[in-house]
Design a protein around this ligand. Structure first.
Ligand code: G6P
Length: 607
């Protein structure tokens, strides 16, 4: 979604801003813009479309050393040139970029309109820019604070003024912002990727904090002017991790990174031969977790699918009642949080607005909270009582792949950890953890079948409707396989528990309908074979993911991708990989923009 970058220092701001905006592209956007401050004025350049379009419009001879930039993902107002950020006040001496939503923008617009302010755009952001302009008397920081005290909603903002050319003022509430601390320069951004090329030293801003950045230094205060001392932290991620490194797309790179990503996720956390799990991030709440009588996992998108695998793992291995809730539903349905409830927020970015809000709601109602998050220092990570980071490295491709695997691995470790404190025998834990430690090499062997997955995609890509069916642990995998296909190839796909097929979807089956069965050996193997027969009888095109050596499936399915055997609770970690590859190749085959699918955002920071 929207991205912010702002620079102040001794260099020309423009190249830093453009490079930063390019690094933010992966989040999803529909327009972009830049404001540069110098020679007593603010020059705003913005346009609909890709950053490459904006680059043609920019004055590359402008060497101003202060500026702000933005990638916009439209919420209020169409994605066009005029609604793109930065937005200015009526005098044109200020420019502001904003992530988030100003909820009371209509009331503020009416108020300012009554004072004679004329609006040029349909956006909530312009209202904020005009409000800052309304209060501005030569002190930008003061005006920003006055304006923000009138605002309801979420924001990450960066503001500049022609009258204070060496200054960027930034503030946040609910949308992430961090400041990169370089040598005589500061870069504010919504995402570490826009900073990493310049420095790994960062300061994370908290809600209701305002930072004043000039080449001489930075000062952070609260909205109420209380000074705040900030720690400078080190970002673990490297530039190489956010670059393509020879792969055609980030999604493919991240699929292939899964063996190493899972090794990193497991490192130092399990002792398979003892059946023990060590998770430093939950030490402070170990008692509460062990005593929890109920777990609620809340998430969105792919993370919700991982959470659903987690629900099965927690109930199966730890024998503790667990539910998975869409964050957007959970937060608004007056949820019941009894004593002894732990709410877990699962999120790659750690910034998903609904997940963050659900977490806050649960905490307010007295739940213990636990984060399963990839991005270190993100809002969800900091809002939870305790948590486990994925450590799978940055995920840039909009279609989540290695984060799903990391989430399932963390949930499997947590299930074993809790299981051992409840009913799970040491030998069962040893079996599970030994199997878990073999997963990276098993995924590597599945990746060797990339060409076979490509062939399946190519053979079926002209069909516009696909079904994905699985039972038990493979039901969430069916959902995830269908989501992967639809989000990047725009083929309509539905995932279902295989038994539900008979209650409606079977009516859709024709020779034009590829049906992907996740049919590895396990407790429900015979049942799923029955479902495959039902589809075959009706002429459906059966694609199966099966266990290596399964000859029976080969005689039933049109195409089979084989995965190694593992314990049933861990099978999703293997069976999902061919589905990721099939979706990837289908999208490439259809000429789709794999890493930047239409209308989608990597990090959904608005409701
Ligand atoms: C967006 C992304 C998905 C992701 C979901 C949840 O929809 O496109 O890939 O699964 O948000 O994101 P999170 O960062 O909370 O895991």
């Amino acid at each position: 979604m929207c991205g912010i970058v702002g620079y102040v220092g001794s260099k020309s701001a423009l190249p830093v801003l453009v490079e930063g905006l390019k690094r933010l592209e992966y989040r999803g956007y529909d327009s972009a813009g830049v404001a540069l401050v110098g020679n007593g004025k603010v020059v705003v350049t913005k346009s609909k479309g890709r950053i490459s379009v904006l680059e043609h419009l920019l004055d590359h001879d402008d060497h101003s050393s202060t500026g702000i930039g933005h990638t916009r993902w439209a919420t209020h107002g169409a994605p066009n040139d005029i609604n793109a950020h930065p937005h200015s006040d009526a005098t044109g001496r200020l420019a502001l970029v904003h992530n988030g939503i100003i909820e009371n923008y209509a009331a503020l617009r009416t108020y300012l309109g009554g004072l004679g302010v004329a609006f040029a755009t349909d956006t909530d952001t312009e209202v904020l820019a005009q409000l800052v302009g309304h209060f501005y008397d030569g002190d930008l920081e003061k005006a920003v604070k006055q304006a923000l005290r009138e605002v309801r909603g979420t924001y990450g903002i960066a503001v500049v003024s022609a009258e204070e050319p060496d200054l960027v003022v930034a503030a946040k509430n609910g949308s992430p912002l961090l400041v990169g601390v370089g040598e005589g320069e500061y870069i504010v951004a919504s995402d570490a990727s826009a900073i990493l090329a310049h420095t790994t030293q960062v300061i994370y801003l908290e809600d209701n904090e305002v930072v004043r950045m000039s080449a001489d230094g930075i000062r952070t205060t609260t909205l109420d002017n209380v000074p705040v001392t900030k720690d400078v932290e080190e970002i673990e991620w490297t530039l190489g991790q956010i670059e393509l490194g020879g792969y055609e797309h980030f999604m493919l790179k991240e699929i292939f990174e899964q063996p190493d990503a899972i090794r990193d996720c497991l490192r130092g956390r399990i002792v398979p031969d003892e059946g023990t799990v060590h998770l430093g991030g939950i030490a402070d709440v170990a008692r509460e977790l062990t005593r929890s009588r109920r777990f609620i996992m809340t998430a969105c998108g792919t993370a919700w699918h991982a959470a659903l695998v987690g629900e099965y793992l927690f109930e199966d291995l730890a024998r503790v009642p667990t539910e998975t809730e869409y964050a957007s539903e959970f937060r608004y349905r007056n949820p019941i949080i009894e004593d002894g409830t732990t709410v877990m927020a699962i999120s790659q970015s750690g910034e998903t607005a609904d997940t963050l809000a659900a977490l806050k709601e649960a905490k307010q109602r007295g739940a213990t909270s636990l984060g399963v998050v990839n991005t270190v220092g993100s809002s969800i990570a900091r809002e939870t009582d305790a948590g486990v980071y994925l450590h799978v490295g940055p995920e840039i491709g909009v279609a989540s792949t290695k984060a799903f695997s990391g989430q399932v691995v963390v949930l499997a470790m947590l299930a074993c950890y809790l299981g051992r404190r409840r009913h799970m025998s040491q030998s069962a834990a040893i079996d599970m953890l030994q199997a878990l430690s073999r997963i990276p090499e098993q995924i590597a062997s599945i990746l060797e079948q990339n060409d076979a997955c490509k062939a399946v995609a190519e053979a079926n890509v002209e069909h516009d409707n696909w079904l994905y069916l699985g039972r038990g642990y493979h039901y969430p995998v069916a959902l995830e396989g269908a989501l992967k296909l639809k989000e990047i190839s725009y083929i309509h796909a539905e995932g279902l528990p295989a038994a539900e097929m008979k209650h409606g979807p079977i009516a859709l089956i024709t020779e034009q309908m590829p049906v992907v069965f996740i049919a590895t050996r396990g407790t429900q193997y015979d049942k799923i074979i029955g479902n495959i027969e039902e589809v075959r009888t009706r002429g459906g095109r059966v694609i199966a993911v099966a266990t290596e050596g399964d000859k029976r499936i080969a005689s039933l399915a049109e195409s089979v991708i084989y995965v190694p055997d593992t314990l049933e609770p861990l099978q999703p970690l293997l069976s999902v990989v061919p589905l990721q590859l099939i979706a990837y190749h289908a999208a490439v085959c259809r000429g789709c923009n794999v890493d930047k699918p239409r209308n989608l955002a990597k990090s959904v920071t608005v409701e």
